[in-house]
Design a protein around this ligand. Structure first.
Ligand code: PLP
Length: 391
C-alpha cells in the first residue's frame, strides 16, 4: 500500500486554529474585554420562514408512503435544476437545466471537478484567494502558477499571454479581497482560455453581493465563455445554506476538449461517485430561489451590505486603503503602519478587541492585508466600526 505523497506537500493550515488559540489566550488575559469576532466567513442570519417551511413540508412527505422518496437523480431533481435556470434567467443569463448539476456546496464540486483533468495540467491560481483551489491541486500533484494580485492592479490581475496554463481559476467577487471583475477583465480571461485551449473554473459563490449592474454575476455573460468555462455557485452565502448544504455547477454543452464533452464526463463522474443532495434540502433550495425566497435572501444580503458600509465608512474616515465591501461581504484592508498580517492581528486584538483574518492565510500577497467580514450582527459591527475609528 502506497500513500498519495502529494498530501505531504500541503502546507499545514493553522489559520483558524491559530486564530482560535490567540483569541483564547487574549480572552484569558483580559476577561473584561469584549471581543468582536469579524474573522468568520460564515453567515449569521437565519433561514427565511418560507425555506424552513419547505424543509418541514418535505420532511413530512418523506414520512408518508405515498410521498416518500428514495434515491433521487444524481444530477439533482428537475424542479431544482429548473429553479436554478430561472434564477440565472432573472439576471439575464441563459443556461439549460441539463447543464446544471446540483451538489452539496461549491467546495465539494470545486475539488471533485479535478477528477476530469490530467495531473499534468498546469493551473493558474490568483493570489490571494480561497485556499481550496491550491490545496486540491497540490493533492493531485499539479503544477501551480500564481497570478499576482496587489494594490497596484486593484486585486484584479489579468492573465499574462506569455504564461501558459491549462486551467484558470477566477473567484469574483473574490474571497478574501472582495474585488469583482468587470466585463472587460473577464473577457481577457475568456480570450486567453480560447486562444490557449484552456478551461476556466469560475467561482461565483458571492455573485449575489454584486450591486452594480455593469459587473457580471456569471461568466456566461461574457461572449465565448460557454466554450471555455465551468461555473460553480452555492446557496451558502446567497441564501444562508452554509449549514444546510446546497450548490450547483454549470457545465455547458459546448465544452468539448480533445473530442470529449465535459458535461458527459462530469455526469459520468457524478453518477459513479455521488448519490445526490437530500430531497428536503433540494425542496428548500428551490424555495430559496423562488421569487419569495429571493426577496427574503435579498433582505439578508442588504443587512450584510449595511454592515459592510459601516466598516467602509470607518476605514474611509481613517484613510486606510482597502478593497471589497461594495460587492462583497469582505473588506480587505491594508495593515496599518506597514505591519505584517499576523502582527496586525495581534495588534488589533490587543488595541481594539477585534478579531479578523490575517491576509497571509490566503496567499503570500495577502501578507500586509487583513480581512474583515460583514457577516456579523449589526450591533457588534457598529461597535467594531466605532473601535476602528477611534484606534
Ligand atoms: N467558494 C468561495 C470563494 C468561498 O469563499 C466558499 C466558502 O467560504 C466556498 C466556495 C464554499 O462554499 P460552500 O459552502 O458552497 O461549499
Amino acid at each position: 500500500m502506497k500513500l498519495n505523497e502529494h498530501y505531504f506537500e500541503l502546507t499545514e493550515s493553522y489559520l483558524f486554529s491559530d486564530i482560535a488559540r490567540r483569541v483564547k489566550a487574549f480572552a484569558a488575559a483580559h476577561p473584561d474585554q469584549k471581543i468582536i469576532r469579524m474573522g468568520i466567513g460564515d453567515v449569521t442570519r437565519p433561514l427565511p420562514p418560507a425555506v424552513t417551511a419547505a424543509l418541514e413540508g418535505a420532511a413530512r412527505e418523506m414520512g408518508q408512503r405515498e410521498t416518500f422518496r428514495g434515491y433521487g437523480p444524481e444530477q439533482g431533481y428537475p424542479f431544482l435544476r429548473e429553479a436554478v435556470a430561472a434564477y440565472y434567467q432573472s439576471h439575464s443569463t441563459v443556461v439549460s437545466p441539463e447543464e446544471i448539476f446540483i451538489g452539496d456546496g461549491a467546495k465539494s464540486d470545486l475539488g471533485n471537478i479535478l477528477d476530469l483533468f490530467s495531473p499534468a495540467c498546469t493551473v493558474l491560481i490568483p493570489d490571494p484567494v480561497y485556499p481550496v483551489y491550491v490545496d486540491t491541486n497540490v493533492m493531485a500533484g499539479r503544477r501551480i502558477v500564481y497570478l499576482n494580485a496587489s494594490g497596484q492592479n486593484g486585486f484584479l490581475p489579468l492573465p499574462d499571454p506569455r504564461v501558459k496554463a491549462d486551467i484558470l481559476y477566477i473567484c469574483s467577487p473574490n474571497n478574501p479581497t472582495g474585488a469583482a471583475y468587470d466585463r472587460q477583465g473577464l473577457q481577457a480571461f475568456v480570450d486567453y482560455a480560447r486562444e490557449n485551449g484552456a478551461l476556466i473554473l469560475y467561482d461565483a459563490a458571492y455573485e449575489a453581493f454584486i450591486t452594480d449592474p455593469a459587473l457580471p454575476r456569471s461568466i456566461y455573460e461574457i461572449e465565448g465563455a460557454r466554450q471555455c468555462a465551468i461555473e460553480f455557485c452555492s446557496l451558502s452565502k446567497t441564501a444562508g445554506f452554509t449549514g444546510l448544504r446546497c450548490g450547483y455547477t454549470v457545465v455547458p454543452q459546448e465544452l468539448v476538449f480533445e473530442g470529449h464533452s465535459l458535461r458527459a464526463m462530469w455526469l459520468r463522474r457524478q453518477t459513479t461517485k455521488f448519490n445526490g443532495v437530500s430531497y428536503p434540502v433540494q425542496r428548500a433550495a428551490a424555495v430559496a430561489l423562488s421569487e419569495e425566497g429571493r426577496r427574503a435572501s435579498e433582505e439578508n444580503i442588504s443587512y450584510y451590505r449595511e454592515n459592510a458600509r459601516l466598516l467602509m465608512q470607518a476605514l474611509d474616515k481613517r484613510g486606510i486603503f482597502y478593497t471589497g465591501g461594495r460587492h462583497s461581504p469582505y473588506l480587505f484592508m491594508r495593515c496599518e503602519n506597514g505591519m505584517g498580517s499576523w502582527q496586525y492581528f495581534d495588534w488589533l486584538l490587543e488595541n481594539a478587541g477585534i478579531v479578523g483574518t490575517p491576509g497571509a492565510g490566503f496567499g503570500k500577497n495577502g501578507e500586509n492585508y487583513f480581512r474583515l467580514s460583514a457577516f456579523g450582527g449589526r450591533e457588534e459591527t457598529k461597535e467594531a466600526a466605532e473601535r476602528l475609528l477611534n484606534l
